[in-house]
Ligand binder design. Structure first.
Ligand code: URA
Length: 230
């Protein structure tokens, strides 16, 4: 590596923009540019830019067949510095139309559940396993989950949440890579890359089974206790 290449690397590491002519009679200017296949005029991306790039990638995604039937992708919403990340299953009809997760009646109940532990929707980040609606709200197919999983992982990496709530059976099973029923999964603390994960009932299920509301309350208390102990 030449001294000039080294100098450029140090400057880049210090996040100092380096302006270079584009060509040197057709030859590459730095070994570094060649090695990393980066544009010569690169400036380090801010966190907001990285979120925006990810958002655009999701919006343009055609990695599985769901792009053919979606109205729009549902990236996720909320505070990109939140401690709490809620992960649901996939957009439903309302979410597909509005581009936001958990709208409609289930969304309202989710907001109430958050309020029960003194959180607002604006204080948390809400995302889904899938960014596109499966037709007729059918369960996600394994190939759809694997096509979408990188997006969720990148959201988790960017957000660095202190706690994750897996909302509903599908989200819990996918995140924890298990086929255990939700009744067995709830009530315990799991870890994903050292981030505690609590399984909670899906609000759409709670709307149908009011008897489970007490358990839902217990799950939220467990989440709060876990968060406070981190
Ligand atoms: N159900 C989910 O799991 N996610 C949504 O965004 C809406 C309903």
């Amino acid at each position: 590596m030449t001294d000039e290449s080294k100098r450029l690397l140090y400057l880049e590491a210090m996040e100092i923009d380096v302006w270079l002519p584009k060509t040197n009679h057709g030859a590459p200017i730095t070994e570094h540019a060649l090695e990393k296949d980066k544009p010569l005029l690169s400036s380090p991306s801010s966190e907001a830019e990285i979120w925006q790039e990810l958002r655009e990638e999701v919006a343009n995604c055609q990695a599985c067949d769901l792009y053919k039937t979606r109205t729009q992708t549902v990236f996720g919403t909320g505070n990109t510095h939140a401690d709490w990340l809620l992960i649901g299953e996939a957009p439903g009809q309302n979410e597909d139309l509005q581009g936001e997760p958990f709208v409609g009646k289930a969304g309202q109940l989710l907001n109430e559940m958050l309020r029960a532990i003194n959180l607002s929707r604006e204080q948390v980040f809400i995302a889904n396993i899938l960014k596109c609606r499966p037709p007729n709200n059918r369960d996600p197919k394994p190939e759809e989950v694997s096509a979408c999983s990188d997006f969720l992982q990148r959201q988790i990496d960017l957000l660095k949440p202190k706690i994750i709530l897996a909302v509903g059976r599908i989200a819990a099973q996918q995140l924890l890579k298990t086929t255990e029923p939700i009744g067995k999964l709830r009530g315990k603390v799991y870890f994903l890359d050292a981030i505690p994960v609590i399984v909670i009932y899906h609000p759409a299920y709670l709307l149908r089974s009011l008897l489970e509301k007490r358990k839902a309350w217990q799950d939220l208390q467990l989440a709060l206790k876990t968060y406070r102990e981190i």
